[in-house]
Design a protein around this ligand. Structure first.
Ligand code: FE2
Ligand code: FE2
Ligand code: FE2
Length: 166
C-alpha cells in the first residue's frame, strides 16, 4: 500500500518537475526578451535543477533500460501519441472551435509519425551504426537528418528555424 503511494508520488514528481523545467525555460526566454539577463539566467539555473529532480524520480521509477529496450519504448510512445492521443485532441479542439490548438495538435501528430520512423530505423543502427546530424524545427518539432530543409515539411518554417542537435 505504502509502496504504491510512493510510486504514484514518483510519477507526480517526474511529471511536475518536467513541466516546471519547460516552463522555466520559456520564462527565461521572456526575461531575456524583456532585457532581464540575470533573471533569465536564474530561470535557466532553476530549470536545470528541476531537470535533476525529474531525472532522480525517473531513475527511481525503474523505467530506464538498455538502449534497445529504450528505443522500443520510445517508438511505442510515438505511436501512441500519433494514433491515440493527438487524434482525440484534434477532434475535441475542432469540436470546441479552437482552431489554433487543432492545428498545433495536427502538426504534432505528423511530427510524432516522423519520430517513430526515426526510432524504428535507429533499431537497425544497433547492428549497423550510421552517423548522421539531426536538426530540429523549433516551431513544430520536426526532425531533419543530414541538412535542414529550406522549408519544414510539416509547418513550412524556414531553414533558420532549425536547430542543430549537438
Ligand atoms: Fe524541483
Ligand atoms: Fe515525438
Ligand atoms: Fe516545423
Amino acid at each position: 500500500m505504502g509502496a504504491e503511494r510512493t510510486l504514484q508520488n514518483l510519477h507526480a514528481a517526474y511529471a511536475g518537475e518536467s513541466k516546471a523545467q519547460v516552463r522555466n525555460r520559456l520564462f527565461a526566454e521572456i526575461a531575456e526578451r524583456e532585457g532581464y539577463r540575470q533573471i533569465g539566467r536564474l530561470f535557466r539555473a532553476v530549470a536545470e535543477a528541476e531537470n535533476v529532480h525529474a531525472r532522480n524520480a525517473l531513475v527511481l521509477l525503474g523505467e530506464l533500460k538498455s538502449t534497445e529496450e529504450n528505443l522500443r519504448t520510445a517508438f511505442e510512445n510515438e505511436i501512441l501519441a500519433k494514433n491515440q492521443f493527438y487524434p482525440r485532441f484534434i477532434r475535441e479542439a475542432e469540436e470546441d472551435g479552437h482552431g489554433e490548438a487543432a492545428r498545433k495538435f495536427a502538426q504534432a501528430r505528423d511530427v510524432e509519425e516522423r519520430h517513430s520512423q526515426l526510432y524504428r530505423r535507429a533499431l537497425s543502427y544497433l547492428v549497423n551504426e550510421e552517423e548522421v546530424e539531426y536538426f530540429v524545427c523549433q516551431v513544430c518539432g520536426y526532425v531533419a537528418e543530414g541538412d535542414p530543409p529550406e522549408h519544414c515539411p510539416i509547418c513550412g518554417a524556414l531553414k533558420k528555424h532549425f536547430q542543430k542537435v549537438s
